[in-house]
Design a protein. Structure first.
Length: 334
């Protein structure tokens, strides 16, 4: 019997998805009852989309080899390297040469830029071809030097989603965001909420979807107490949003990098935190064990994989290039 990728991912998701009551479903048990009906995230396959690769000369405001080299102001080379695997470049029309030797087939060792619309179009085409429904566009602190480029990426992702009949939503990663509590609200109000006017913007239960990843972690890059997190979640809910909370993998039991001393993780009737206030929950993964991801607590068949940027443990950092490419048939080397 053939096994489709969607069937495999949905089955794997059912193995780890928690119900709204916090129960964990395992393989072989009865299917979980979703707290929400199918929408653009519940019952769908979604991928995290970074859109954070840039090259000098591509026109991006950041004007660096963003995430392609250790010293991003310098061309990627064997001595200035962060690349773990060379991407398949055959479907990109714009490429940027590096200081590496030519590839084994004699072609220049070039790289793509996320800032090129054709790059994003290619990724969303792959999503369409491989049955991936929704992209969660990662958005870090927009008040950093990366901000203008990330603003532009949101517009490019929206365009590609509209072109290829996919959905997208904003997924904030609040890692290292010092003034997060006030600035995330301003960013949504002044910039990102405008994208909900698109028919391609993901909705769940009739509400625009927003994910906030990074609450409940016990480390200096995620310093907020429960009250701060609940304030942000409730603010977005007050804006009419369906809020997904990205939390540590051990959010229910208070281990696995979770902030200690929060009784609501083991006593659902206690004072709510971000993880119990959000209608859906996306637990994180262990960078050390590469542990499989749990899925949305609301009963989604969404699956997440990958490890986070620069030491974080975001489960939703896999770009669509990697997430969908794995479903494509094997091909000869580029």
């Amino acid at each position: 019997m053939s096994l489709s990728r969607r069937t495999f991912l949905t089955t794997a998701a059912a193995a780890t998805v928690g119900t709204a009551a916090g129960a964990v479903v395992t393989l072989g048990s009865a299917p979980a009852d979703a707290a929400s009906p199918p929408g653009d995230v519940v019952g769908k396959i979604a991928v995290g989309y970074q859109g954070w690769f840039a090259c000098i000369g591509d026109g991006a405001p950041i004007n660096t080899w963003w995430h392609w080299s250790h010293n991003e102001s310098q061309t990627p080379s064997p001595t200035n390297n962060v690349i773990k695997a060379w991407p398949d470049l055959r479907e990109y029309t714009h490429l940027y040469n590096t200081a590496y030797d030519n590839l084994g087939n004699g072609r220049p060792a070039a790289l793509f830029s996320s800032y090129d619309q054709q790059t994003v179009d290619t990724h969303f085409l792959w999503m369409q071809q491989n049955g991936c429904d929704t992209a969660a566009l990662q958005r870090f602190n927009p008040n950093s030097p990366e901000g203008p480029t990330r603003d532009a990426m949101a517009t490019k992702v929206r365009s590609s989603a509209e072109t290829y009949g996919r959905k997208f939503y904003i997924m904030y990663d609040v890692t290292g965001w010092t003034n997060m509590q006030s600035e995330i609200k301003a960013d949504w109000t002044n910039k990102m909420s405008a994208h909900t006017a698109s028919a391609a913007y993901a909705r769940q239960n009739g509400k625009p979807v927003v994910c906030i990843w990074g609450f409940g972690f016990d480390d200096p890059n995620h310093p907020w107490d429960a009250a701060t997190c609940v304030d942000v979640v409730n603010w977005f809910k007050g804006q009419g949003c369906y809020v997904i909370g990205g939390v540590p993998r051990g959010w229910r039991t208070g281990d696995g990098g979770s902030r200690p001393g929060d009784p609501s993780r083991t006593r659902p009737t206690a004072t709510p935190t971000a993880s119990t206030t959000s209608p859906a929950c996306c637990p994180g993964m262990s960078r050390q064990t590469n542990e499989p991801m749990a899925t949305l607590r609301g009963g989604s068949s969404t699956t997440w994989s990958g490890s986070g940027p620069r030491g974080s443990t975001s489960p939703c950092s896999t770009s669509s290039a990697r997430a969908t490419r794995s479903a494509r048939p094997p091909r000869t080397s580029p």
